[in-house]
Design a protein around this ligand. Structure first.
Ligand code: AHR
Length: 501
């Protein structure tokens, strides 16, 4: 039997709620249809935001939302998306499907959405094709509370009070779609552009995100840190608060990707092995960042992550619409456990993307909406948000899968908030149940507050608009507890949450 020892008095650090963040790009049906249907839609909405989706999202406690891209961000000119809607500029979304972007969702609409979700705001600025002036004026438009041309323009457009920008990304993927830059070139651009991302309200400083690496491009991280990182004490705060990392799981590689729903057992393990690679990536990028910032003042923001499969047959390939199975539930369970365990460096992460794109938590079709397996895992794991990571040690783990795609059969993370310990467990085996003994180091009578599971006997199971509850969160009762000891039986392909006090 595998064994998990929880040192419940050994606290390792705060799990920032922003690790459970989301990403919404002007891509396919994420913003338009998925989140924003417009004020005149028959779909029930408040100020254009569809309420079925907003209400479902509120239940998983969205901590932060990143917008407007992605690759779209470095082509986005914010002034196209303000003012009278009928007069807003129409453009072609060249990156994503070549469709007309009518700019009816812009800055005002983004802040309205975040207000309805009750989440923090993460704006990604345009460094690739935008000017310093444009970036500077956007920040002034959003945050300046006084007399200035941009504050006046905002008021003219119906919003007198400034908004709060919590995070600002200075470019996106500038090693690729954001300008194909070298690390040194980008780093110097970052130094210049970030200067004009001003804190107009010193009580509400904007945290700046520097563009980090693609997957295992350690050369990029090293190059950017070397040129960008400013050792002078007065610059330590507010010069670079985060460096990003983007990593997608493509089971069959970038070219082929692989089907979201039709896969073999071998591909199941391949996918999970690739999800586990996140741990190596965080360690190796952190080792580089540590050389400059041993005190860990800079957060790693994994602001694009998740599965990226071949899009659903019959859909626009530029829309990146994919289904979401029990396999996605395991990917998200594994990844969030990894983030929790690295909460000393990982301070923010945004799954890609929120609705209808890549590993979405919600899918929509007309007025219909379904929650994906990924949604249900986010719902269980919400208890880790803002909690304290506890020391936990797993032993007796088996390897499952074949050859280079072997994976450990269990992963876990444990946190504590308001006197309740939350344990999240994954059984990665496609076929075998797994028994686990849990021992709490403190000798007291623990009791289970709640326990839930997301699973299905069929690893391919997913929700459809006709059958929306094939995979959902259910009560879990395959455990016994006696004082400070528990035994748990984890079904194959399962993500489990147990909460004790
Ligand atoms: O999320 C889809 C795309 O993936 C984003 O636009 C880009 O940043 C990344 O390559």
């Amino acid at each position: 039997m595998a064994k998990l020892v929880i040192n419940d008095s050994k606290e390792l650090g705060r799990i920032e709620p922003e690790i459970y963040g989301h990403f919404s790009e002007h891509l396919g049906r994420c913003i338009y249809e998925g989140l924003f249907v417009g004020e005149n839609s028959d779909i029930p909405n408040v100020n254009g935001m569809r309420q079925d989706v907003v209400n479902a999202l509120k239940e998983i406690q969205i901590p932060v939302l990143r917008w407007p891209g992605g690759c779209f961000a470095d082509e986005y000119h914010w002034k196209d998306g303000i003012g009278e809607k009928s007069k807003r500029k129409k453009m072609i979304n060249t990156h994503w499907g070549g469709v007309v972007e009518d700019n009816s969702f812009g800055t005002h609409e983004f802040f309205e959405l975040c207000k309805q979700l009750g989440c923090k705001t993460y704006i990604n600025g345009n460094l690739g094709s935008g000017t310093v002036q444009e970036m500077s004026e956007w920040v002034e438009y959003m945050t300046f509370d006084g007399v200035s041309p941009m504050a006046e323009l905002r008021e003219k457009n119906g919003h007198k009070k400034p908004w709060k920008v919590d995070y600002f990304g200075v470019g996106n993927e500038n090693w690729g779609c954001g300008g194909n830059m070298t690390p040194e070139f980008y780093a110097n651009m970052y130094r210049r552009y970030q200067t004009y991302v001003r804190d107009y309200d010193s009580k509400k400083p904007i945290k700046k995100v520097c563009c980090g690496a693609n997957v295992d491009d350690y050369y990029w991280t090293k190059g950017v840190m070397e040129t960008c990182y400013d050792h002078t004490p007065e610059h330590l705060h507010g010069f670079m608060d985060f460096i990003s990392l983007h990593y997608y799981v493509h089971p069959e590689g970038w070219e082929i990707k692989g089907s979201a729903t039709d896969f073999t057992e071998e591909v199941w393990y391949k996918t999970l092995k690739k999800a586990l690679f996140m741990d190596t990536l965080i360690k190796r990028h952190s080792d580089i960042i540590d050389q400059y910032d041993p005190e860990k003042k800079i957060g790693l923001s994994v602001d694009e992550w998740g599965t990226w499969f071949t899009c659903e047959p019959g859909t626009n390939p530029g829309f990146l619409y994919q289904q979401n199975t029990v396999r996605d539930a395991l990917v998200v369970g594994i990844t969030l456990n990894i983030f929790n365990k690295h909460c000393d460096r990982v301070k923010m992460a945004c799954i890609a993307q929120m609705v209808n794109v890549l590993q979405a938590v919600i899918l929509t079709e007309g007025e219909k909406m379904i929650k994906t397996p990924t949604y249900h895992v986010f719902h269980m794991y919400r208890h880790h948000q803002g909690a304290t990571l506890l020391d936990s040690e797993l032993s007796g783990v088996n390897e499952v899968g074949e050859g280079e795609w072997k994976v450990p059969d269990i992963t876990e993370s444990v946190s504590k908030k308001d006197g309740i310990i939350t344990i999240t467990l994954n059984n990665l085996s496609a076929t075998e149940k797994r028994d686990l003994e849990i021992l709490f180091a403190t000798d007291k009578n623990y009791e289970v507050v709640e326990a839930n599971i997301v699973t299905n006997k069929d690893m391919h199971a997913y929700n459809t608009f006709e059958n929306p509850e094939v995979v959902k969160e259910e009560e879990f009762n395959l455990y016994e507890i006696d004082k400070n000891k528990m035994t748990v039986s984890l079904p194959a392909c399962s993500v489990v949450e147990i909460r004790v006090k």
